[in-house]
Structure formats: structure tokens, C-alpha cells
Design a protein around this ligand. Structure first.
Ligand SMILES: Cc1ncc(COP(=O)(O)O)c(C=O)c1O
Length: 432
């Protein structure tokens, strides 16, 4: 690679050859990264609060992950559906980490592919087609997952969606659509779900699909108890409960699986992102009974379960266990949370800080009382943080939420240093 090119040179190449449809990012061209730190093509250093996009849970370029991938690259790259020791060892190890009922797994390449597979399985298994999904939910950009996504801007002008989606409000408590307060509301949104279904279902309900917390909507965490009650609602009606843990798993929330926080028992669990920590792999985990609805040749994917990604994903599981990354995410996450909450007390333009483990959203508002979203301010803060050496991004239904999701290997000292950068920027904004 030509190291002499500057950031601006690279960005001109991007503008010339790339379509500009990807997510907005601060103008940085990454060159290399290690653990929770990044260096750009000009050698500038950053602390990482992105993990790519909640992908590199074991840290960037973990030497053991890199070695596993590199060794595998010299041995065997693709067999299509022929089994390999890497795929089978990964399946065995992943299933060993699951609750007993989830005892079968098929590997895919992307989160969207896994979500799409889960929808197809639920429809085949139930022989019904309606999927209950949620406002603010995001499940990927191919037509199946996009159709059950509850974000209008993701679907805008892409024509008719796959029929059968029933969208219901998600408990975005900071902006409750019913203007109620938890816990007095007694989760009115769940009562309302009955009304939605009553009004919209043609009598062909197949499944409920939900994220343990909504990432793309702006790290929206449901109040405790909501997911368990939703699961009960689902099971009472004999529907398939699909949990989208594409971004919430692999230690991100301070537990290996986010479902552990509420002892959920999903019928289908979808994994992605952190499962390969950079190796492109995703997975659908379910019961033998549910997978039993598929016959030979009915679900498969050219790159799914390829030996390269499986060797990487196997190394990821080993690293997580040996380095106790789940426990670290929980304890270091508590520390990070305390610092972020301190910033919330200090700056009135922070409307909300929410999250757990090592995933937080900082929601910026123009006014704490009206809660009017401040997307331009969020953008300005992200740009200033990046130019001060903190890699971060923004997202959310209103584009006003800063994403705080460092690799799980971040140390307390790195948490201190990176939070100080944010505080310095917020001080500047406050005084400007
Ligand atoms: C919860 C969730 N589901 C599914 C996806 C889609 O994953 P991918 O981009 O790998 O297709 C994402 C990606 O951001 C996600 O956050």
C-alpha cells in the first residue's frame, strides 16, 4: 500500500470510485489498529469507541485471531458445504456455550443473512407468515430483514417490502410514544401490542423478532422485565421467538449473551459481528425441532461456515474465555458508565446516557425539558472528538446519539484517557 498518500488523497479516491451511500463517518482513513487503539494513514493515534461497528470485541488485530486466520489461509479456504474440522469444532464449542435447548447451528456470513434465514425458518416451521417486529428495530439491509426493520429511513423508496410485517412500538422510555413513565406504565406498550395485533393480523402470526437493545435506533435499552414479558406473550400464542443478538452478544453487555440478563429462552438466536471479531461470519442457532422443518439443500450459503472464518471464530471463543473478556466488559463497563453519567450531570445538552457492559448511547438534546434532538451538535461533537484522538460515531432515529462501544479489551486507563477527550470537547462546546 502506498503510505505516502494523505487522508485527503484517499478521500478523493473514495469520492471518485465509491458511491457515497455508506454511513457518514468523520473524515479518517484507518491504517492499522491494535486492541482498543487505532492509527490512521498519517500516523495519528485514536482511542476506539466503535469496535468497527461493534465487531472487534476481542480487540483489533488480536495476535491469536490473526495467527488463526493466517494459518488457516495457508491450509484451506473454501469447501462449500463439505464439513471441515474448523466448522465442526466451532459448532461444538458454540453449542457448548448455549442453553441446552439451542443445540444446532448453521453458519452464515453477515448479520442480514442470518436474520433472513431466521425469518425463512420461522415461516417454514409455523407454515404462517406474519412477523411481529418493532419501531426502531434494525435487522439488516437485504429485503427480508429490511422488511422487519422499524426505521423508515432504511426502507425509503425501496419499493414494497416483503409482506407480513406487523410493527409495534418498542419501549424507548426516554421518548415513550405513549408519554408514560416506567415503572408506573406497567409496560403499557405490551398491552398495546395486543391492540396492534388485533387490528393488523390476518390470523397468520408466525414469529416475534426483537433486539435485546436497539442498536441502530440509538442504543435504546428496554426497561428490565420487558423482554421476559414479551417472550411470555410470544410463547403464549405459540409463536417463534427470534432474538437478534447480532450486535448484543459475545460479552458486549457484560454477559456472554444479552438474553442472560432476563433468562430468556429464544427459539431462534441470530449472531454476527463479534462472533468473528473481524472474520466475516454469522450464525443461526436453534432447536433440532425447528431446524427439522428444513430438508437437505434448503438452507446453505457459499461462504457460510468457510474454514477461514470458522478458524477465526474458534480463536475468538478461546480468547474471550482465557482473557475473561465478559467479566472485564462488566466491571470496566460499570466504570465507564459512572464516568459517562458524571458527564450527563455536568452538561445540560446530554439528555440521556443509557447502556450496560461496554455499550452506551449518549443522546444529545437542544433542551432537557423539550428533549428536542440535537443531531448537528452530535455531529460537531463527534468531529471534534475524532480530531482530538477519540474514534467515535453517531446514530439513532434522530441522528443525535453518540455510540460508545469500545473493544472489550479496553483498560481502565484507556477508559480514563478516552473519556477525558470527550469531556474536553464537551467543555469546549459548553463554552462556545
Ligand atoms: C441488530 C442487528 N441485526 C442485524 C444487523 C445486520 O448485520 P450485517 O450488517 O452484518 O448484515 C445489524 C448490523 O448493524 C444489527 O445491528
Amino acid at each position: 500500500m502506498n503510505k505516502k498518500l494523505t487522508t485527503q488523497d484517499w478521500l478523493r479516491i473514495s469520492e471518485r470510485f465509491e458511491p457515497g451511500c455508506m454511513n457518514w463517518q468523520a473524515p479518517v482513513v484507518w491504517d492499522r489498529a491494535q486492541g482498543a487503539e487505532i492509527w490512521d494513514v498519517e500516523g495519528k493515534h485514536y482511542f476506539d469507541w466503535t469496535s468497527g461497528v461493534l465487531v472487534t470485541n476481542v480487540g483489533h488485530a488480536h495476535p491469536r485471531l490473526a495467527a488463526a486466520i493466517s494459518e488457516q489461509a495457508h491450509r484451506l479456504l473454501n469447501t462449500f458445504d463439505f464439513p471441515t474440522p474448523q466448522r465442526l469444532a466451532l459448532a461444538e464449542k458454540l453449542i457448548a456455550a448455549m442453553p441446552p435447548h439451542l443445540s444446532k447451528v448453521i453458519f452464515m456470513t453477515t448479520g442480514a443473512e442470518a436474520m433472513d434465514a431466521s425469518l425463512r425458518i420461522a415461516r417454514r416451521y409455523t407454515q404462517k407468515f406474519e412477523i411481529v417486529a418493532f419501531w426502531g428495530g434494525f435487522h439488516g439491509r437485504s429485503y427480508g430483514p429490511m422488511s422487519v426493520t422499524g426505521l423508515a429511513k432504511i426502507k425509503r423508496h425501496f419499493g414494497p417490502m416483503v409482506p407480513g410485517t406487523i410493527l409495534a412500538p418498542y419501549p424507548y422510555c426516554y421518548r415513550c410514544p405513549f408519554e408514560k413513565n416506567y415503572p408506573e406504565c406497567d409496560l403499557f406498550c405490551l398491552t398495546f401490542l395486543d391492540r396492534v395485533v388485533e387490528a393488523e393480523s390476518s390470523g397468520s402470526l408466525a414469529a416475534v423478532i426483537v433486539e435485546p437493545y436497539q442498536g441502530t435506533a440509538g442504543f435504546v435499552f428496554p426497561p428490565s422485565g420487558y423482554l421476559k414479558r414479551l417472550e411470555e406473550w410470544t410463547k403464549k400464542r405459540g409463536l417463534v421467538f427470534i432474538l437478534d443478538e447480532v450486535q448484543s452478544s459475545y460479552g458486549r453487555t457484560g454477559k456472554m449473551w444479552a438474553f442472560e440478563h432476563e433468562n430468556l429462552e429464544p427459539d431462534i438466536l441470530c449472531l454476527g459481528k463479534g462472533i468473528g471479531s473481524g472474520a466475516p461470519i454469522a450464525a443461526v442457532v436453534s432447536t433440532p425441532e425447528i431446524f427439522g422443518c428444513l430438508g437437505p439443500g434448503e438452507m446453505s450459503s457459499t461462504m457460510g461456515g468457510n474454514p477461514l472464518s470458522c478458524a477465526g471464530a474458534l480463536a475468538v471463543l478461546e480468547i474471550i474465555a482465557e482473557e475473561r473478556l465478559v467479566e472485564k466488559a462488566a466491571t470496566n463497563g460499570e466504570y465507564l458508565k459512572s464516568l459517562l453519567l458524571r458527564l450527563k450531570d455536568k452538561f445540560s445538552f446530554i439528555g440521556d446516557v443509557r447502556g450496560m457492559g461496554l455499550v452506551y448511547g449518549i443522546e444529545f438534546v437542544k433542551d432537557r425539558t423539550t428533549k428536542e434532538p440535537a443531531p448537528d451538535l452530535a455531529k460537531e461533537i463527534v468531529l471534534r472528538c475524532v480530531s482530538n484522538g477519540l474514534m467515535c460515531g453517531k446514530l439513532g432515529i434522530y441522528g443525535n446519539v453518540m455510540r460508545v462501544a469500545p473493544p472489550l479489551v479496553i483498560t481502565p486507563d484507556q477508559i480514563d484517557q478516552s473519556t477525558k477527550i470527550l469531556e474536553k470537547v464537551l467543555d469546549q462546546i459548553h463554552h462556545s
